[in-house]
Design a protein around this ligand. Structure first.
Ligand SMILES: [Zn+2]
Length: 247
């Protein structure tokens, strides 16, 4: 009987380990459906405005929606028109934290804050509310070594994001890039000149091969982002003409 109980306990342990790793895989996404001829172009950091503009222009010229994972600190008021053009296009803006911190090193409240602060800063720059619904952890990192880090997962979820979007292709040499992707690939680029030139070379080839390009939200089955006005500032208590006492 004791043996049976021990066996049962072992089975439970194995089962829970399998479930835990399955849950984490579900949280971190490296690619979309391998049966669909779709690709996702993602562009991180957005710290170089000139390259951001060039890559966005390329996306619009070629009809290739892209997902821009921006940092909070790079969002500048003087770039408002560019950010509005992106927000109102077929592209998507995602959250890449405020300062590019490695999330496993941060406590829960700071993980939530760095994601929240980026959302607040984006809304300030845009002048309206653009609720980011996808996030990418800096360095693609939600772990320390091989240890799964459940506190990162729980904190990112508490900030309102149900997945960490990673990638399966990080290759900015055009020849190597053209060999690296397959159905459902999520490709990683940055706002640097080499990456812009690579995109200019590989995107027309991918289009010719019949690939469809989608945002991260579309790849993972979310509705597109819906923009809304910022809440109006609190009304001041000064009396209006109507309420002023009449003589
Ligand atoms: Zn980054």
């Amino acid at each position: 009987m004791k043996r049976l109980t021990a066996l049962f306990l072992c089975l439970l342990l194995v089962l829970s380990a399998v479930c835990a790793s399955a849950a984490e895989f579900k949280f971190s996404i490296r690619n979309g459906d391998r049966n669909e001829k779709r690709l996702c172009i993602t562009v991180d950091d957005c710290s170089n405005t000139e390259m951001l503009q060039n890559i966005f222009n390329l996306s619009q010229e070629l009809g290739v929606p892209m997902t821009f994972f921006t940092l909070g600190y790079v969002l500048k008021d003087e770039d408002r028109e560019l950010w509005r053009s992106i927000a109102e296009s077929d592209c998507e803006i995602g959250n890449h934290t405020y300062w590019h911190e490695s999330l496993p090193k941060l406590p829960r409240n700071e993980i939530i804050k760095t994601l929240d602060d980026t959302q607040i800063r984006l809304d300030e720059v845009l002048g309206y509310h653009y609720p980011m619904q996808v996030m990418r952890p800096p360095y693609g990192n939600t772990r320390i070594g091989n240890e799964s880090n459940i506190h990162v997962v729980r904190s990112v979820e508490a900030a309102g994001y149900d997945h960490a979007i990673l990638w399966d292709v990080s290759q900015t040499n055009p020849k190597k890039c053209l060999k690296a992707y397959k159905n459902g690939s999520i490709l990683l680029f940055h706002t640097i000149e080499k990456d812009w030139l690579c995109l200019a070379e590989v995107l027309p080839v991918m289009k010719e091969e019949g690939y469809e390009f989608v945002t991260v939200s579309e790849m993972i089955g979310k509705e597109p982002v819906v923009i809304s006005p910022l809440p109006a500032p609190e009304e001041t208590q000064q009396p209006t003409e109507e309420t002023e006492p009449q003589e």
